[in-house]
Design a protein around this ligand. Structure first.
Ligand SMILES: C[S@@+](CC[C@H](N)C(=O)[O-])C[C@H]1O[C@@H](n2cnc3c(N)ncnc32)[C@H](O)[C@@H]1O
Length: 244
């Protein structure tokens, strides 16, 4: 990979999106990605968002239906399994759906999800997915950097239209420091070749805070209603709570 220009989003391809592999190989990539998520405290911002949602009166929701949450680009499903445990601890009834374009994501996530949990794994393009009960909250993690800018704008508008209570994007901050750090770490750790390649490429394809402000404006959203926030280590989140 030659010198990269971190002033703009890279258009380099991720192997995960372009290289056909068999199920075991893809699952091995997702298993390593879940380990990266644990090591980098990747889910922490999403839980903080859900805590804020709860604090804003989630308990005022009708008691006869669960909170409908979807995770777009759910991969191995570690995020939703964590949310299931989080909701159980708080006595919040949830209905969780992981939507992922790749059928092997559904299969790998289902394999490690205990039976009887309120989680459904669906193979679909998120934009075409119409859940029967509607959606309260749309979440995603490490998803938006896969999309070109016009599709990110479409995704923002789509979430704003679909999510009754709010939505939250959890993704990476484009910066040379994590790019080089992760390149070395992933090789030392011997992670899956996709993770070694796609990790740094994901950082180069990711966003700056000003990118997000521009994309939010292009999606026609009120910038005062959307929070863009930086998190250790080099994550940028974009959150919208519709609950007053
Ligand atoms: C880097 S993985 C992230 C997995 C997981 N969210 C995580 O944080 O570990 C991105 C996922 O997005 C999925 N994806 C890409 N485009 C999608 C689309 N239009 N609809 C649903 N899933 C999509 C891919 O199949 C892939 O599993």
């Amino acid at each position: 990979m030659g010198a990269l220009d971190f002033s703009r989003r890279s258009t380099l391809d991720e192997l995960m999106d372009t290289q056909p592999v068999d199920f075991e190989d893809f699952r091995a990539c997702l298993v390593d990605l879940a380990q990266v998520n644990r090591l980098t405290l990747a889910h922490r911002p999403t839980f903080a968002f859900l805590e804020r949602l709860v604090a804003r009166g989630l308990r005022g929701l009708p008691k006869d239906r669960p909170l409908e949450v979807i995770d777009v680009g759910s991969g191995y499903g570690d995020m939703l399994r964590g949310i299931d445990a989080w909701a159980r601890e708080r006595g919040i009834a949830v209905s969780l759906t992981g939507v992922d374009l790749n059928p092997w994501s559904r299969r790998s996530a289902a394999e490690v999800t205990p039976p009887g949990r309120p989680i459904t794994w669906v193979t679909a393009d998120a934009f075409a997915y119409e859940p029967p009960g509607g959606i309260d909250v749309v979440l995603s993690s490490l998803f938006t950097h896969h999309l070109p800018d016009p599709v990110v704008v479409r995704f923002l508008a789509w979430m704003e239209a679909k999510a009754r209570l709010g939505w939250f994007i959890n993704d990476l901050h484009r910066h040379p420091l994590p790019y080089h750090f992760f390149r070395h770490l992933s090789r030392l750790a011997g992670w899956h070749r996709f993770v070694q390649h796609d990790g740094p490429v994901s950082i180069a394809r990711a966003f700056s805070a000003s990118d997000w402000r521009r994309l939010i404006a292009e999606a026609g959203l009120d910038p005062r209603a959307v929070e863009v926030r930086w998190w250790m280590p080099f994550r940028l989140t974009v959150g919208r709570l519709k609950v007053p």
